[in-house]
Design a protein around this ligand. Structure first.
Ligand SMILES: [Zn+2]
Length: 400
């Protein structure tokens, strides 16, 4: 066989579903050709006469699929550290709102920000994720709440993918909050009838998300938004049951959503529905941590029902200023009780499914895109174990 690149002497965390656990292959080799995985297996099984233009001996290092951060709000202007400071000093929600804090402070700043300013701020955040082996991420809009700013945010997300070696999936989240100047039903009609078709026409959105919560929108309201997304051929994702049980999980299943995200308050019927619809549960330990939440997502019930579980940073200025997928992994294991193997699958194979990219990404299997992370560790559990150590040795995107 002829490869463009061949890595030998690797411990391979393949995440191949037909193998147990993380699908570990010791003393493995991985060859890529034309940006795709052409060989993966034990080094001893390499066909005789295999050659490569470039060859590396990894001396026992671990190779995993490139990490996938499947839920971020990476594009925004201005942080909310002032509001954070007030909260630490004991201020309540009302006084923070009075001081101009909360989501609408981010909306005001983002509306006022130029595309270039948003791009440079998001680029810096993106660099932090790439430095930890992220090769694919999702970015949501949702701080514009008007067509001009929502589309600007999505354009910035697309531009980040043109200037960095990374795949970015974009999600229109205009149904994040009701802008103060709009009337509810008119705003929802605007999203469903104008903004979604426009984002689709411009090629700016891969999916549509909505915040199903008492402080945002009800399941009945979001149904109309998601029906429009489906009609336009866009995938659906749902911020579901984070702060209360509003039937978000059942809504996600009903709408054939790729993922239902947060899920702290999801009920048993909602979980059963997710299992039937093949919707991925995306758990977001950063927001849980920052909000000092007490109610954990129902991991045991999700596991029992066979719902795939992914983890993401949820990087956003209000509730999860988290720019470390490795920290999110540790948090999910410690706070939510995932096993080490589940945690690694949650940022690779299952995160790929949460983005509708499971056929191309998320495992080390022949034919898949050669997105890899090479780690200065021998055991995969170390990726979950360390807090604040980044053992990335190399990041490979599309074979290079
Ligand atoms: Zn979110």
């Amino acid at each position: 066989m002829r490869f463009d690149r061949l890595w030998r002497g690797a411990n391979l965390a393949t995440l191949a579903p037909q193998r147990p656990g993380i699908g570990l292959i010791e003393r493995g080799a991985l060859g890529v050709a034309d940006g795709r995985i052409a060989f993966v297996g034990e080094e001893a099984e390499l066909p005789a006469g295999s050659e490569a233009k470039e060859e590396y001996n990894l001396q026992g290092r671990l190779v995993s699929p490139g990490l996938i951060d499947c839920h971020t709000h990476l594009v925004f202007a201005a942080d909310r550290s002032r509001e954070f400071e007030l909260r630490l000093a004991g201020a309540d929600y009302q006084s923070i709102a009075k001081a101009g804090g909360g989501i609408f402070s981010t909306v005001r700043a983002t509306r006022a920000a130029s595309e270039e300013l948003l791009l440079s701020a998001a680029s810096e955040r993106l660099r932090a994720l790439l430095a930890e082996g992220v090769t694919t991420l999702e970015i949501k809009s949702g701080y514009g709440l008007d067509s001009e700013t929502e589309l600007r945010m999505l354009r910035v997300a697309r531009r980040l993918a043109q200037t960095n070696r990374v795949e970015i999936r974009t999600t229109l989240l205009a149904a994040h909050a009701l802008p103060p100047e709009r009337e509810r039903s008119a705003y929802l009609a605007f999203i469903a009838d104008e903004l979604i078709p426009q984002a689709k026409r411009l090629g700016l959105a891969d999916a549509v998300d909505g915040f199903c919560e008492g402080i945002a929108f009800s399941a009945a309201e979001l149904r109309r938004v998601f029906a429009s997304a489906r009609a336009q051929g866009l995938a659906v994702k749902v911020h579901a049951d984070q702060l209360s049980d509003t039937g978000g999980a059942a809504l996600a299943a009903e709408c054939g959503a790729l993922s239902a995200d947060h899920l702290e308050w999801s009920n048993d019927e909602g979980i059963a529905a997710l299992a039937r619809s093949g919707t991925v549960a995306v758990l977001l330990p950063g927001a849980f941590f920052m909000l000092r939440e007490q109610r954990r997502p129902p991991v045991a019930a999700l596991r029992k029902a066979g719902v795939p579980i992914a983890i993401a940073t949820d990087c956003n200025p209000g509730t999860s200023p988290l720019l470390s997928i490795l920290t999110a992994m540790n948090m999910a294991a410690i706070q939510f009780g995932l096993t080490a193997d589940e945690t690694i699958a949650a940022v690779t194979r299952e995160a790929a499914r949460a983005l509708g990219r499971g056929g191309e990404l998320g495992t080390l299997e022949i034919g898949k895109q050669a997105d890899l992370a090479v780690w200065n560790v021998e055991r995969a559990a170390e990726l979950v174990y360390w807090v604040g150590r980044n053992p990335l040795h190399a990041r490979v995107w599309r074979g290079a």
